[in-house]
Design a protein around this ligand. Structure first.
Ligand code: IPT
Length: 993
């Protein structure tokens, strides 16, 4: 055994790759070796420790687990996690890695249990070890392996003594030649991070099963064929038999069994127990009958076009890293199902196999991806890339072979992926050939094959929705080679990554989704990504927070780019996930320009009889009438609905009147759906039927105070026209604002997206706006008029502004404000917001209650608003905040026509919005943001727990805000959601309560 951690060689001393049945599916004995092992970390692979060393006085370490996280979140005795995206954190000098290469020596002992069966073989199985490792039993080196997210089996049979104790030694290096092909965008975390088991293989056992379970949608017949050629039996064994008791069919392995079945799909994940037996072993597999095909450039499951509304999922747990528990896997699957996600790309490696069992069972389409990424060669124009180096062919083919062998029996897997960001080259062809030989039934995906020569679907990442639209129509720019071009033009198109969900966002999801619906060629895509990989750690005061790159003192890292998921690290759904659920809704209900609602059944296979479609006529939260719509739509059909003609609409009042239609699931159709809670929403939409009554004209007169200041109802001003008091509270700040604490997308860390919005905003001085008053006076009709100019340093551009304050006749506690903002000079193509900021003295700002009428209940932005519905909602100011892993602009509520703030001292402030115009457009309501800290503090904070209330309540009352886009990696804010410096007029009324 001469290979080292720097060898480019396939694993040595290991058993040929084979399938992995779910835990408990086989009748054969297994023994878990998970638990506390002995462990010691050395600085180099040359540990100087003999494999026979028992390590009895070493530390104890949990297996499975990563050694860097052994004592998370408090201590890091074995080195810290390091986060890198593309770049290798070591010199690019393949296959060499640094001498400083932390190496763990693991030891455990075991005895075969007394009832361990006689005869047969005993295999030692590792589900995942990161990155390169040696296995020794009783001091004898038996195997070396790698493929961090791939299984390794070692045959121990000849080495085991009856009843004796055995010493198992595993040496694991952090870095190896394989680190060059495992350059995924995630934490570097090492060790035995998935389970270790002993598996008994009786003579005549079922060593490998390949299941083909197709479904003919024209006849309703399923064809089951368990590949006999791969049932490897021992001496004297009989051939395997196959039975499906529920279907009453039985036959020999290798024989095709045909019978009418209910097909499997992600919508209706029907599974049958397929029992494979020999004289000595029974394996029961949950098998779904389904056929994947591509016809006329359209991707079909069971003969019907499907859309993938998917996410990229890395394995992640904030305390355990990639050592995810079955409970976490289930949590992920259920969260996906509950948010209408129907597909997962296992970025960028095969997941723990149990996750695939869950995808089969609950219904998720899966692209199973090979453990391969060589992104760090990109900077070298891919020179020396393993993907194009013959020395690496065997290793890469071995990896993809192990992937397909392990997982091919899963119904959920509809495509294989050769890897991610690994460039092009000869080994792409070699891998594709290997996959086709093993499993011709599934298409092959690999985005890095830019001309799509070796793949079956055209895949891209982060193309904007306009380009996707062209591809949908089949009129994308041609490839240079005509043959490759015509081949690719006949392929379905998938976005293997899009809608980069970093921080506040993604914006623009609905634009993509609309394109998917418009064009048959568009198969859909996978949002990047499922979860923020923020690792829990404690700060100096013992406070836990979600750490990202650099938080462990790493000197070479990619910072916050690890926090780009739809879930916050603790699996709290972010507003982005709620938006995803609304955009992906299987029953989409959308307002049409003609005042009707279009209801679309977007299921491929099921009608909507499991849904009840109900409506509510409501004014804010006040329900005026309810009803149901008698509506069952066949798969893929749509209808138009409108409010009943006899519906009596009320006169305009304080709040708008909405007609809201919701489709909710009223019955679970199978066990797999038992998790659906009653009232589970399958889609919602609404129409605005009655606009609120206009605010009365103010018509009161400001009074002049003895000190030369002014008073207008609850507002007091000094003689210069500075607002000093409102609602009995000192005012610390009040002026026009056009800035926000930049989002990750505003900052645009992705170089290829051009210069950042934030950069342009800073150049225009938006972050340092200051006000100069040009005049203060009382108008003929009694209003206090303040003319001001708001501008940043070093620029001639500014906002000429008039604030007009006027008391409200007959309402002594109320004051009206009309703000007119007129941009002067040259402004960047966008500004962050246009409105006013107000900071009130309020020691318990965070506990302030807020009830508002407008869109909610969660935040929304111009390009992320599908989830927001009109109504009345309430929160505290603390709950109003979204705790993005990296603090940034958050929490805007749009379309707000009124808001009531309830302070902890029992007083309150009501804000009503009157007419609002932005440029030529008039709109209902304002955008409201509330914070117990300033935007500056929000911008400066590196983590949410660093934000502390500053004794003030900060309010943003905006006419509009710029959208959020997804420029952190994808396209910026589209034209339909950009905010330009435009004239703004906004009328607000403040009333003390
Ligand atoms: C893309 C990667 O495939 C993915 O792993 C992740 O790093 C993502 O970027 C950014 O979060 S590759 C990029 C060059 C578009």
């Amino acid at each position: 055994m001469t290979t080292t951690h720097e060898s480019v060689a396939t694993p040595d001393g290991v058993v040929a790759p084979r399938f992995r049945p779910p835990a408990g599916a086989s009748s054969s004995a297994t023994l878990s070796l998970d638990g506390e092992w002995r462990f010691r970390l050395f600085p180099h692979p040359e540990t100087g420790v003999d494999h026979a060393e028992r390590g009895e006085d070493w530390d104890r370490l949990a297996v499975p687990g990563h050694w860097q996280l052994a004592e998370a979140p408090h201590a890091w005795p074995y080195g810290v996690p390091e986060y890198n995206n593309v770049l290798y954190p070591f010199p690019v000098d393949p296959p060499h890695v640094p001498d400083d290469n932390p190496t763990g020596e693991y030891r455990t002992t075991f005895r075969l249990p007394a009832d361990w069966p006689e005869g047969g073989r005993t295999l030692l199985r590792f589900e995942g070890v990161d990155s390169w490792f040696q296995v020794a039993l009783d001091g004898e080196l038996l195997a070396t392996s790698h493929g961090s997210r791939l299984p390794t089996e070692v045959d121990l049979t000849d080495k085991l003594r009856d009843g004796g104790e055995h010493l198992l030694a595993v040496r694991v290096t952090k870095w190896s030649a394989m680190s060059y092909v495992e350059d995924q965008d995630q934490w570097w975390l090492s060790g035995i991070f998935r389970s270790v088991t002993l598996e008994h293989r009786p003579d005549g056992a079922i060593d490998d099963v390949r299941v083909h379970a197709g479904y003919d949608h024209t006849t309703g017949v399923g064809a089951l064929w368990v590949d006999a050629a791969t049932v490897v039996t021992g001496p004297g064994a009989v051939a395997a038999r196959v039975a499906v008791p529920e279907l009453g069919i039985e036959g020999a392995a290798g024989e095709e069994l045909r019978v009418a079945v209910e097909p499997w799909s992600a919508e209706q994940p029907r599974l049958y127990d397929v029992v494979v037996t020999t004289d000595t072993e029974t394996v029961t597999l949950a098998v779904g009958f389904r056929t994947v095909s591509i016809e006329d450039g359209v991707f079909l499951v069971n003969g019907r076009p499907i859309k993938l509304r998917g996410v990229n999922r890395h394995e992640f747990d904030p305390l355990r890293g990639r050592a995810v528990t079955p409970e976490r896997m289930l949590e992920d699957v259920l969260l996906m199902k509950r948010h209408h996600i129907n597909a997962v790309r296992t970025s960028h490696y095969p997941p723990h196999p149990h996750f695939l069992d869950l995808c089969d069972r609950y219904g998720l389409y899966v692209i199973d991806e090979n453990d391969l990424e060589t992104h760090g060669f990109l900077g070298e124009s891919w020179a020396g890339n393993p993907t194009d180096d013959p020395a690496w062919t065997e290793v890469l083919v071995d990896r993809v072979t192990r992937t397909v062998r392990r997982d091919a029996h899963h119904a959920s897997i509809i495509m294989w992926s050769l890897g991610n960001e690994a460039g092009g080259g000869r080994n792409v062809r070699a891998m594709a050939d290997a996959v086709r030989a093993l499993d011709p039934s599934r298409p092959i995906h690999y985005e890095g094959d830019y001309s799509s020569d070796d793949v079956d679907v055209y895949s891209r990442m982060y193309a904007d929705s306009a380009e996707v639209e062209l591809i949908g129509q089949g009129i994308e720019p041609p490839l240079e080679r005509a043959d490759a071009d015509s081949r690719r033009r006949a392929m379905p198109f998938v976005l293997c990554e899009y809608a980069h969900a970093m921080g506040n966002g993604p914006g623009g999801l609905a634009d993509y989704d609309a394109a998917f619906d418009r064009h048959a060629r568009l198969l859909g895509g996978f949002i990047w990504e499922w979860i923020d990989h923020g690792l829990t750690r404690t700060d100096a005061d013992g406070v836990e927070f979600a750490a990202y790159g650099g938080d462990f003192g790493e000197r070479f890292h990619d910072g916050t780019f690890i926090a780009d998921g739809l879930l916050l690290p603790d699996r709290t759904p972010s507003p982005g996930l709620l938006e995803t659920a609304a955009v992906f809704a299987p029953i989409r209900i959308d307002a049409q320009p003609d005042g009707t609602l279009l209801v679309r059944n977007r299921y491929a296979f099921r009608d909507t009889s499991h849904a009840e479609v109900g409506w509510t006529l409501h004014r804010g939260a006040e329900v005026l009438a309810t009803g149901t719509l008698d509506l069952v739509l066949e798969a893929g059909t749509e209808t138009v609905v409108r409010p009943p003609s006899d519906l009596v609409l009320p006169e305009p009042g304080e709040a708008p009147v909405w007609w809201t239609v919701r489709a909710v699931q009223h019955k679970a159709e199978s066990l797999e759906e038992a998790w659906l809670e009653p009232g589970f929403e399958l889609g919602a939409g609404q129409l605005l039927l009655v606009e609120p009554a206009s605010l009365t004209a103010p018509a009161g007169r400001v009074s002049t105070e003895a000190d030369g200041g002014f008073r207008a109802g609850p507002a007091r001003f000094d003689g210069r026209g500075d607002l000093r008091e409102l609602a009995g509270r000192t005012v610390h700040d009040f002026r026009v604002d056009a800035w926000r604490a930049p989002t990750d997308n505003d900052r645009r860390p992705a170089k290829w997206q051009g210069s950042a919005d934030e950069e342009k905003w800073r150049e225009a001085g938006l972050h340092l706006l200051a006000e100069r008053k040009n005049g203060v006076g009382v108008s003929a009709d009694g209003a206090l008029e303040i003319d001001a100019r708001i501008a940043g340093p070093a620029t001639r551009a500014g906002f000429a502004t008039r604030y007009r304050w006027q008391p409200v006749t007959d309402a002594p506690d109320a004051v009206d404000l009309v703000v007119d903002i007129r941009p002067e000079g040259r402004w960047p193509e966008s500004v962050a917001r246009l409105g006013v900021v107000l900071a009130l003295d309020e020691p318990t700002a965070a506990e302030t209650g807020v009830r508002w009428t407008g869109l909610g209940p969660d935040e929304s932005y111009a390009d992320s608003k599908q989830a927001a519905l009109g109504g009345s909602w309430q929160h505290t100011v603390a709950d109003w905040q979204t705790r993005y892993t990296h603090p940034q602009e958050n929490g805007a509520r749009r379309g707000v026509t009124s808001a009531v703030l309830s302070f902890t001292d029992g007083t309150g402030l009501r804000i009503d919005a009157g007419d609002v115009t932005v440029g030529a457009r008039s709109q209902l309501g304002i955008e409201l943001s509330l914070r117990p800290w300033s935007d500056d503090a929000l911008d400066r904070a590196a983590h949410p727990h660093e934000l502390v209330p500053d004794g003030r309540l900060w309010l943003h009352l905006d006419a509009a805000q710029h959208g959020v886009g997804s420029a952190a990696c994808g396209p910026g804010v589209l034209a339909n959601a950009q905010l330009h410096a435009a004239p703004v007029r906004m009328r607000l009324r403040f009333t003390t309560l």
